[in-house]
Design a protein around this ligand. Structure first.
Ligand code: GDP
Ligand code: MG
Length: 323
């Protein structure tokens, strides 16, 4: 297969050409598949570097079924109505598919499919450990460079992905619904700390008002801001009917303004870049250990009592870094 002309693709993506955007995201997704894929990924990363950093990246997380996809879809509508260009990344670490959309999401997003101010993409990890960690930031850069004002990242709120969405987003929205992941459960799951904005979706259901009160009470106990100066709002919504979406957009805009005013957005981006560099480096070290280190021989010497594991680690580190 001929190698893609990456600078040309980036140029076309910057003009908003949907096919070029899709192709670039495919390239970063397949970066782990082969040496050629890795070379393309690096070429894309290099070509995008000067063009990213403008979009407001909003992560939406929460338990399955809480209404993340529905909320994402109504947010797209509300943001488009304000004239903003919107990107959507649906990130599902458990999905066996890649490149294609999750069917439900595609159906719901159908109304936006013909709007050239919207780019929608589903991503999966294909079981690659840490796959999300490197592919998703690059996909975000593609959407950013393509002129998206806002990029919405929907992540299944289970296990590590909650943490990963924080590493990706400028603003993290945690969705809860009455009867599933109420305030107390959420506190146990450690989901409260990561939120910049809370949404209590399914506000048409019994118990929603109580969940909103519980959360607001919890926020008031720690001053609401975890000492950082941002009062974390709790927004009730009925995403299925589009209710509360204007309040949610207002909360997202307010958070972005607060971040820009105090330098928080830059701090978060620096932390994110550090995490990304670290992930890439660790991945590289791991690959070298697998490829051509003397690990099996070192293990034999540890088992034989000739070497302790710390000394063995020193030798291994020396052999993989060349220092
Ligand atoms: N009653 C009610 N149902 C909703 C609301 N928002 C979404 N749903 C429904 O909840 C189900 C799960 O929604 P979905 O957006 O797929 O959740 P996700 O798994 O978090 O992405 C769907 O059947 C939605 O139609 C809401 O505000 N009220
Ligand atoms: Mg969903």
């Amino acid at each position: 297969m001929p190698r893609p002309d990456v600078p040309d693709l980036v140029e076309r993506a910057r003009r908003g050409e949907a096919r070029a955007v899709a192709r670039l995201i495919s390239l970063v997704e397949s970066g782990a598949d082969s040496d050629a894929g890795a070379a393309d990924l690096r070429a894309v990363a290099a070509a995008l570097a000067p063009h990213a950093g403008r979009a407001h990246v909003v992560g939406l997380t929460g338990p399955p079924g809480v209404g993340k996809s529905t909320s994402t879809s109504v947010l797209v509508g509300a943001l488009r109505a304000r004239g903003r260009r919107v990107g959507v990344l649906a990130v599902d670490p458990s999905s066996p598919f890649s490149g294609g959309a999750l069917l439900g999401d595609r159906v719901r997003m159908g109304e936006h499919a013909t709007d050239d101010g919207v780019f929608i993409r589903s991503m999966a990890t294909r079981g690659h450990l840490g796959g999300l960690a490197w592919a998703t930031p690059q996909a975000l850069r593609v959407l950013d460079a393509a002129g998206c004002d806002v990029v919405l990242v929907e992540t299944v709120g289970v296990g590590q992905s909650e943490i990963e969405v924080v590493a990706l987003a400028d603003t993290t929205v945690v969705l809860l619904a009455p009867g599933m992941g109420d305030g107390v459960q959420a506190a146990k799951a450690g989901i409260l700390e990561i939120a910049d904005v809370f949404v209590v979706n399914k506000a048409d259901r019994d118990g929603a008002a109580q969940t909103v009160r519980d959360l607001r009470h919890m926020m008031s106990l720690d001053g609401g801001d975890g000492g950082c100066g941002w009062q974390r709002p709790v927004v009730p919504t009925v995403a299925a009917r589009g209710e509360g979406v204007d309040e949610l957009v207002a909360a997202l805009d307010a958070h972005r303004e607060w971040m820009d005013a105090g330098g928080e957005r830059t701090r978060r981006r620096l932390a994110r870049a550090e995490a990304e560099i670290q992930a890439i480096t660790l991945e590289r070290v791991r690959a070298r250990i697998g490829d051509r280190s003397g690990l099996p021989r070192l293990a034999e010497r540890v088992v034989a009592g000739e070497l302790d594991p710390y000394a063995a680690a020193d030798e291994l580190a020396h052999s993989v870094t060349g220092r």
